[in-house]
Design a protein around this ligand. Structure first.
Ligand code: COA
Length: 176
């Protein structure tokens, strides 16, 4: 478990499923996701079990999934973070509950994720985004990602027409 100024970040577990159904049950949160979010806690439990089982046999990828909660009483769930680690680089994605948008939570959690991946030795972090997803584009810019014209590293989540953003994780952390 990790703490930022206002948030608690933890590896997702099946016990989070009920909270996921409440936080991510609306269409608006899932509008730009490649596939719709599960509709209820039972489906979420299966989804989380697949995530925590990890990448398919034979793959060297690592799947990281984090729940983001407020530090305040009851620790309400506000968002989730995903990273797929492909050796020296990783691709990331994030979803926050629409009831909690525009409070800077995704910025705070996204910065934590960048630092966490840098600490793990990840060199480059990449995200692909639907060009119409203004919120996610704004978030990536705010965290320090730059648009890459010709991506050398193509994320698994890339769909034709997506914008690809990249960030050198060690530079973001002052080259440490
Ligand atoms: C993208 C998302 C995670 C942002 O979450 P958030 O907690 O509202 O983000 P923040 O409050 O930290 O805002 C960070 C920046 O994002 C941009 N942003 C956020 N919401 C925005 C909106 N509705 N319109 C335009 N820009 C927006 C702004 O640049 C904002 O900075 P500012 O408040 O200083 O202007 C959230 O909108 C979301 O979950 N969207 C649905 C899921 C999704 O599409 N994920 C991306 C797929 S990878």
């Amino acid at each position: 478990m990790w703490e930022t100024q206002r948030l608690v970040v933890a590896n997702v577990t099946v016990a989070d499923a009920g909270d996921y159904a409440v936080a991510f049950g609306d269409r608006e949160s899932a509008r730009f996701l490649g596939s719709p979010d599960p509709g209820d806690a039972v489906e979420w439990a299966s989804q989380i079990a697949r995530w925590t089982a990890g990448a398919p046999k034979g793959s060297t990828d690592e799947w990281l999934n984090f729940s983001v909660r407020l530090q305040e009483f009851g620790r309400p769930l506000v968002g989730r973070l995903q990273a797929t680690v492909h050796g020296f680089w990783a691709e990331v994605a994030w979803v926050f509950s629409s009831a909690q948008w525009r409070r800077g939570y995704a910025t705070e959690a996204g910065r934590w994720l960048v630092a966490h991946l840098a600490d793990r030795g990840i060199d480059t972090i990449v995200a692909s985004v639907d060009p119409g997803n203004r919120a996610s584009v704004g978030l990536l810019n705010r965290i320090g990602f730059s648009l890459t014209e010709i991506p050398g590293l193509v994320p698994d989540s890339y769909d034709s027409g997506d914008l690809v953003f990249a960030l050198r994780a060690n530079i973001q952390r002052g080259g440490q």
